[in-house]
Design a protein. Structure first.
Ligand code: KG4
Ligand code: ZN
Length: 327
């Protein structure tokens, strides 16, 4: 089966072609327009998707040496995401499906982050997935394909949002997560102990207190001090975020008794989190799955693989499919 995946839920326009031999192309057009605003501006995001979607899809087909006539299924993000952004990808996919008489399947973006783990080496069911992105932080018990139980979620900011907001306080460009990750490599994670919230309380997360704590900690520091200790502060923030994520993941494993764990979403690209997950998996004798770094942040290959798994279960949509911002 040849699948064309299309993703446009936030600020990346992406198209991918997946065949029985794996991912043949995965084109991602990231929108730099938001950098000067320090966050995603929804109206600008949908306009930028409009501008790039046609060429992004054309490029994905070209790189995979595939024509639209060779495509057997169109998989497209249905939600969650920004309504204007979702509409662009979904309407494009529906137009293509209608004109080329192709079946279409709507994909849940959060499911797709989980199933990004199946692109290279499929985990065995059941497993627990820590899905950490700019909009969500979830611990999910994945019992069977699309049989999910959300064990815990964030009560306020998502982990990626915490990186981005604290990075903004530090004067770093949006999205600050990858920048802080890089800076952390030359910093001391024990330089300052930032709070790790809700450690004794179940499997929910909270990161807004960390953001406030960083704000208070930095407010009376001079510009020279901030410059001198930027790497140490970034490393200490990364330590606080990744430590709480791993402690809760470990608790979820103990509560469910699973033997496999996965991490997914943009923040799963974080090197400290990846190292801590590896260490935890070794200590607890668990099989750990982490997507290849290109499949961690938003991409259409994860939409294509999830669409494929839905199609294998006979789950298709029709042209009445609509975007669902809070899916
Ligand atoms: O999954 P994603 O691409 O988009 C959403 O669905 O939100 O995740 C984007 C988030 C941003 O908050 C970004 O700062 C964060 O993932 N992120 C990282 C890293 N790479 C991306 N955070 C920490 N370390 C990274 N290496
Ligand atoms: Zn995402």
């Amino acid at each position: 089966m040849n699948i064309l995946g299309i993703e446009s839920s936030c600020d990346d326009t992406s198209a991918a072609v997946l065949t029985d031999d794996g991912v043949q192309s995965n084109v991602i057009a990231s929108q730099s327009i938001h950098i000067k605003f320090g966050g995603v501006v929804p109206e600008l995001a949908s306009r930028a998707h409009q501008k790039t979607i046609t060429q992004t899809v054309a490029q994905a087909l070209k790189e995979s040496n595939t024509s639209i006539d060779d495509i057997d299924l169109i998989a497209v993000t249905q939600g969650p995401g920004l309504m204007g952004s979702l509409l662009v990808g979904l309407c494009f996919a529906k137009g293509l499906a209608l004109s080329k008489k192709k079946p279409i399947v709507g994909v849940n973006h959060m499911d797709a982050h989980i199933y990004a783990n199946f692109i290279d080496e499929a985990p065995e069911f059941p497993f627990v997935c820590l899905t950490v992105s700019g909009g969500h932080t979830q611990l999910v018990h994945v019992k069977a394909p699309f049989d999910h139980e959300v064990l815990g979620t964030t009560r306020d900011d998502a982990a990626g949002e915490a990186f981005d907001k604290i990075g903004k306080i530090l004067g770093l460009p949006y999205p600050a997560g990858p920048v802080m990750d890089k800076l952390s490599k030359d910093g001391n994670p024990k330089f300052h102990k930032f709070p790790q919230a809700l450690l004794k309380e179940g499997l929910d997360f909270s990161f807004s207190g960390l953001k406030t704590s960083a704000l208070y900690y930095l407010q009376d520091k001079s510009e020279e001090w901030k410059k001198e200790h930027l790497n140490d502060v970034c490393a200490s923030i990364s330590e606080a975020i990744s430590e709480v994520l791993i402690k809760k993941l470990k608790r979820a494993v103990q509560e469910t008794g699973v033997k496999s764990v996965a991490i997914a979403g943009g923040v799963s690209a974080n090197s400290m989190l990846r190292e801590k997950a590896q260490k935890m998996a070794e200590d607890q004798q668990l099989k750990l799955h982490i997507p290849h770094i290109t499949y961690c942040t938003d991409n259409a290959a994860m939409i294509a693989i999830t669409g494929k798994m839905q199609a294998e279960l006979g789950r298709f949509d029709d042209l009445s499919i609509r975007p669902y911002a809070s899916l």
